[in-house]
Design a protein around this ligand. Structure first.
Ligand code: NAD
Length: 262
């Protein structure tokens, strides 16, 4: 049920070996999938190349999701390699670091637009291009979100609004693409030590707080997020769509910190 043998897909958003996209890539490869990767710019490409090699992939393409031409070129290149794909993983987000601290009311128009463009709207651009490669055989689209979408988290600020938009996008895409056998889901991990995670003000405190208080007294691992992606892309997840799946040790159920931490 949880095999990805014979399946192939595109992983977008590996910056380094700590990236959530990399945790997902490793797990999907171990489950038997063939992988293609997109990266943002030459420097990230250099870091990705040796990682991609370890999972037997030689397909890497440079994509800036704010640039339609680069998205078109990437999917054209992908189509030259493979007629169809079975999954796409969108693990991409960005907001100006200067606004991932301080007060939410100070969010600028420019950063608001840019953050929502990269972190939410780009999933639609990716879905539209992946759709023709999936519509005859079905497929899975995955994105990554965080509970700052519906619960206020210190300094998450505009990214919380972007994740709320991304989660709504997930539901609308799931409904739109369901008739073509395409499932669309979001994985919502707790805080993880990645480049993007470190950009958020007070990241270390948030990490420690969730570790000390989550029902499992632990933050999620890359392996756990990867395993969830495998489930969603495999037959085991065949009837799951439009969902936000939490992989956060249960932190989202809390109304208060644990008694020992009060
Ligand atoms: P990361 O820094 O490893 O990955 C972020 C990726 O986004 C990078 O590969 C970067 O190149 C890419 N990116 C940013 N702007 C782009 C653009 N214009 N075009 C193409 N790519 C672009 O960090 P991560 O934590 O692995 O982030 C992956 C996803 O997981 C993000 O959506 C993030 O919000 C989400 N997430 C992270 C955490 C966490 O605590 N780290 C928790 C929940 C959800």
């Amino acid at each position: 049920m949880q095999s990805l043998s014979g399946k192939r897909g595109l992983i977008m958003g590996v910056a380094n070996e700590r990236s959530i996209a990399w945790g997902i890539a490793k797990a999907m490869s171990e489950a038997g999938a063939e992988l293609a990767f997109s990266y943002q710019g030459e420097a990230f490409g250099k870091r990705l190349a040796p990682l991609a090699e370890t999972v037997g992939s030689d397909f890497m393409v440079d994509v800036d999701v704010t640039d339609d031409a680069s998205l078109d070129a990437a999917f054209d290149k992908l189509k030259e390699r493979w007629d169809t794909i079975d999954f796409v993983v969108h693990a991409i987000a960005f907001a100006d670091k200067n606004e991932l601290t301080g007060r939410f009311k100070d969010t600028s128009r420019e950063n608001f637009k840019n953050s929502l463009d990269i972190s939410a709207y780009s999933f639609i651009e990716v879905a539209r291009r992946a759709h023709p490669m999936m519509k005859d055989n079905g497929g899975t689209m995955l994105t990554l979100t965080y509970q700052g979408s519906n619960r206020v988290t210190p300094y998450y600020n505009v990214m919380g609004v972007a994740k709320a938009a991304l989660e709504a996008t997930t539901r609308y895409l799931a409904n739109d693409l369901g008739p073509d056998g395409i499932r669309v889901n979001a994985i919502s991990p707790g805080p993880m030590k990645t480049l993007a995670g470190a950009a958020i003000g007070g990241a270390r405190k948030t990490f420690r707080q969730t570790e000390a208080n989550s029902p499992m007294r632990s933050n999620a691992t890359l392996e756990a997020v990867g395993g969830t992606a495998v489930y969603l892309a495999s037959e085991a997840g065949a009837y799951t769509t439009g969902e936000i799946i939490r992989v956060d040790g249960g932190y989202h159920v809390l109304g208060m910190p644990q008694p020992e931490n009060l």
